[in-house]
Design a protein around this ligand. Structure first.
Ligand SMILES: Nc1ccn([C@@H]2O[C@H](COP(=O)(O)OP(=O)(O)OP(=O)(O)O)[C@@H](O)[C@H]2O)c(=O)n1
Ligand SMILES: C[C@](O)(CO)[C@H](O)COP(=O)(O)O
Length: 236
């Protein structure tokens, strides 16, 4: 059986608006390091990768001060206006090197707590799959529907059918790039993750149950929570 090849894309071109900080959140300090360095070092230490591409904001002026900038395994490219554009840019950066059947794992740089066991499980469970999929977890809270601009509940979702999407999301290079390009062109704003583009292209991604401590650093209180999670993970 052909050995599977895995590429890593880590979108890091956001501005972290919801974090309300002067510095883009990927460059905030987490455990005395740039958040970005924590995420990238954990990903690269956990598994073997054919290559790693990190899309950066075109006006990023912090990268050159990061530990990751000195890591020869990491390539950078210019990100785009939306997350989907940054991921497309990274995949185009791999054109000619990544084969259509190669797996691409896309992981938010804003998710530093991803556990190596989840990375191994995702790769091992999806490597034989014909579609690919994502780390996810069933919703444990009741989910209310509230119209934009309203503060009144309009309904309660059936949470038995709801999962929280995490990253990495893992799809074949030859399937993912066209799905993202079509999604970005024809469904602007609806492509919030790789799986949504694949779904719109008619695929049915698999969910692989992952740890719920794989949080995305989005608002200020997430940073202290991530520090706690990492300390607990490191304590074993
Ligand atoms: N144009 C963009 C927007 C986001 N991202 C990346 O996509 C991930 C998830 O996005 P999000 O958490 O929304 O980050 P930001 O867009 O920076 O946050 P905000 O929406 O609060 O500005 C992050 O690692 C972010 O750096 C990206 O590479 N390119
Ligand atoms: C990709 C993602 O992390 C899956 O939950 C999420 O869609 C990113 O959303 P954001 O608004 O770009 O942070």
């Amino acid at each position: 059986m052909n050995a599977h090849r895995f590429w890593l894309v880590v979108p890091a071109a956001g501005i972290g608006q919801r974090m309300q900080s002067a510095v883009p959140k990927q460059y905030l300090t987490l455990a005395d390091r740039f958040l970005l360095d924590v995420t990238l070092s954990r990903l690269l230490a956990a598994c073997a990768w054919e290559g790693c591409v990190v899309p950066l904001h075109p006006e990023d002026r912090w990268w050159r001060h990061s530990e990751s900038a000195a890591d020869g395994r990491i390539e950078t490219c210019a990100g785009g206006a939306e997350r989907v554009d940054s991921v497309i840019a990274a995949l185009r950066h791999l054109e000619g090197r990544a084969g259509d059947q190669d797996w691409v794992l896309v992981h938010d740089v804003a998710r530093p707590c991803v556990h190596r066991s989840d990375l191994h499980r995702l790769r091992n469970e999806l490597a034989p799959d014909s579609v690919g999929g994502l780390l996810a977890a069933p919703v444990s809270d009741t989910v209310k529907q509230v119209a934009p601009g309203s503060d009144r509940v309009s309904g309660t979702a059936d949470r038995r059918q709801l999962w929280r999407a995490f990253t990495p999301q893992m799809f074949r290079y030859g399937d993912l790039l066209p799905a993202l390009e079509t999604g970005a062109r024809e469904h602007a704003g609806a492509i919030t993750d790789e799986a949504s583009a694949m779904e719109l292209a008619g695929w049915r991604p698999r969910v692989v149950a992952g740890r719920t401590d794989n949080i995305k650093i989005t608002v200020p209180e997430d940073l202290a929570l991530a520090e706690f999670i990492l300390a607990r993970q490191d304590a074993g």
